[in-house]
Ligand binder design. Structure first.
Ligand code: DUT
Ligand code: MG
Length: 151
């Protein structure tokens, strides 16, 4: 398994709150916890930036991490991400932050240490632009945005 440097910024991580870990052998995501001192009420429509108590340094430019909502929180409680998806650059060394957005109709209470989102490591290809006048033609060409219909 790939090793990634992590700094524990809040002493509760690794003691009161477990360090993020894959829940099963096939898990893609590592759950991130809300490093809060007290419970936080997120009112309908409200967005808050929450600390996770962790910093990672991915270091390898061919990797990044994305922060995704947890499906249960998103589907059942309307708790998703204010930025929809978070992207963690391989050279970012600051605290992992989670923008939580209550897109639902009822207030939701986030408890200290609650798992609020998940982190997924993904491969990245960095590309440079090669400027051309015309592309070699493709089957799709410029068709897009539903040009092939719905069925
Ligand atoms: O949900 C998120 C999204 C981003 N970040 C951190 C890691 C990322 O590498 C950095 C910058 O994110 P991004 O490039 O998406 O934000 P920006 O608005 O373009 O800020 P910047 O000007 O710092 O690049 O913020 C988080 O901690 N959580
Ligand atoms: Mg940016």
């Amino acid at each position: 398994m790939k090793k990634i440097d992590v700094k524990i910024l809040d002493a509760r991580i690794g003691s009161t709150f477990p360090l993020p870990a894959y829940a099963t052998v096939g898990s893609a995501g590592l759950d991130l916890r809300a490093c809060l001192d007290t419970a936080l009420t997120l009112n309908p429509g409200e967005t808050q930036l929450l600390p996770t108590g962790l910093a990672i340094h991915i270091a390898d430019p061919s990797l990044a991490a994305i922060i995704l909502p947890r499906s249960g929180l998103g589907h059942k409680h309307g708790i998703v991400l204010g930025n929809l998806v978070g992207l963690i650059d391989s050279d970012y060394q600051g605290q992992l932050m989670v923008s939580v957005w209550n897109r639902g109709q009822t207030a939701f209470v986030i408890e200290p240490g609650e798992r609020i989102a998940q982190l997924v490591l993904v491969p990245v290809v960095q590309a440079e632009f090669n400027i051309v006048e015309d592309f070699e033609s493709s089957e799709r060409g410029e068709g897009g945005f539903g040009h092939s219909g719905r069925q």
